[in-house]
Design a protein around this ligand. Structure first.
Ligand code: ZN
Length: 204
């Protein structure tokens, strides 16, 4: 199992971090050891002083495929979950300045929180416009709508599968909308999709 993530997939989020909008999906990966499941708490890592949340819709890949063509991309996922791409923003900034890979900022143990349950896309009124939201200690900090993604689910599946064989059980974190920010010990993040609570994560 692997986790493929998309960076800078919402215009407003790219802007808030001073990044340009990419001309193709910007991919990176996390290893399976990054998964944080079952609403477990996240222990604030000792290598960062600027831990950020990034709320994201997550696709669960339902069959194997390479070089997937646009007309078939829909059939490679059926379940959508809620994820948090936890990021050591201070380390990421250093990596970016040096032009280094950023795994130490993004792919560390437990950096990929994932909801215990998933939603069947066929149960949603409009699979091209899926609304999601995250609160921090009860205050809404991020609101997203998949229709605002620069690269759609299908675009990501087609592009990623040119390089990486997609396999059943892989996850794709599809990018975060604006509103990312820091957390501290004791904070509680709650994620929902279409008003349905999906994930809760306490920072310890
Ligand atoms: Zn992200």
């Amino acid at each position: 199992m692997k986790i493929i993530c998309v960076g800078r997939n919402y215009v407003a989020h790219a802007a808030e971090l001073g990044n340009e909008v990419p001309d193709s999906p910007m991919l990176f990966m996390k290893p399976h050891t990054a998964l944080l499941i079952d609403n477990r708490p996240l222990y604030y890592p000792d290598f960062t002083n600027d831990l950020h949340y990034e709320a994201e819709l997550v696709l669960k890949i339902s069959k194997n495929g390479r070089h997937i063509q646009p007309e078939f991309a829909d059939s490679y996922y059926q379940l959508i979950g809620f994820g948090i791409d936890f990021t050591a923003r201070d380390l990421q900034q250093k990596c970016k300045e040096k032009g280094h890979p950023w795994e130490i900022a993004k792919a560390w143990d437990n950096s990929a929180a994932l909801s215990p349950s998933f939603i069947d896309v066929n149960s949603l009124p409009d699979r091209s416009s899926i609304k999601f939201e995250m609160t921090l200690n009860g205050e809404v900090v991020q609101q997203g709508d998949s229709s605002l993604m620069i690269y759609s689910f299908n675009d990501i599946i087609c592009y990623a599968s040119r390089f990486f064989k997609l396999q059943t059980g892989d996850y794709i974190y599809t990018g975060t909308p604006a509103g990312v920010g820091p957390v501290k010990r004791g904070d509680i993040l709650v994620g929902s999709i279409e008003g349905q609570k999906m994930l809760e994560c306490e920072i310890k």
